[in-house]
Design a binder for this molecule. Structure first.
Ligand code: GAR
Length: 201
């Protein structure tokens, strides 16, 4: 059984989608710990409601990013985590975590990467005037939001959309493709070949 750790910073709706997929049996995995860099992140509460250990690590208590991530690593090891999921984790991952979890860290991003990396991707896409937006699950590497892509889903932009209505429809798709991508990982069906991820059917 794969032990998963989820890193969060906010409301945790993607975390909830992963929890639900585990509880329904769609995902044959266990969420061993949820870690937040924000003390009052609702994601922590969601985890606790489901009996999952939820830990707040305050980055301000550490002299450097390296020391902060070493503390995260200590907790991940304590819980035997084999895979990290970033689910609305808003810090840039540093080399300490990247090296320890190379090719074992996934992220969900609310845009069709490589378009609109960074913050407020849905609003960036809306303001740019795209006709098709969407979301991406990718492996995390040293580039910001640019690791090898596992799954993407398109969302059409409607004439009457606002940035918020568009973001809400993208979020619905995020909740579908993140569990799908995690399942592919857990079933060992992903092969990274350069920039490409081959999915074994
Ligand atoms: C999600 O839309 C996720 O794709 C995005 O933050 C939101 C978190 O929502 N992540 C990024 O923008 C990462 N660059 P959630 O806490 O409800 O899952």
């Amino acid at each position: 059984m794969s032990n998963i750790a989820v890193l969060v910073s906010g409301r945790g709706s993607n975390l909830q989608a992963i929890i639900d997929s585990v509880e329904s049996g769609y995902l044959q995995a266990r969420i061993s710990v949820v870690i937040s860099d924000v003390g009052d992140a609702y994601a922590l509460e969601r985890a606790r409601k489901h009996g999952i250990e939820a830990v707040f690590i305050d980055p301000k208590n550490f002299a450097s990013k390296e020391l902060y991530e070493e503390e995260i690593l200590r907790i991940l090891r304590e819980h035997g985590a084999l895979l990290i999921l970033l689910a609305g984790y808003m810090k840039i991952v540093g080399k300490t975590l990247l090296l320890a979890f190379k090719n074992r860290m996934l992220n969900i991003h609310p845009a069709l990467l490589p378009a609109f990396p960074g913050l407020h991707a849905q609003k960036q896409a809306f303001d740019y005037g795209v006709k098709v937006a969407g979301c991406t699950v990718h492996f995390v590497d040293e580039s910001l939001d640019c690791g090898p892509i596992i799954l993407q889903r398109c969302v059409e932009v409607r004439e009457d959309d606002t940035a918020d209505t568009l973001a809400a429809r993208i979020l619905e798709q995020e909740h579908k493709i993140y569990p799908e991508a995690v399942r592919l990982f857990v079933e060992n069906r992903l092969r990274i070949e350069g920039r490409k991820v081959r999915i074994i059917r």
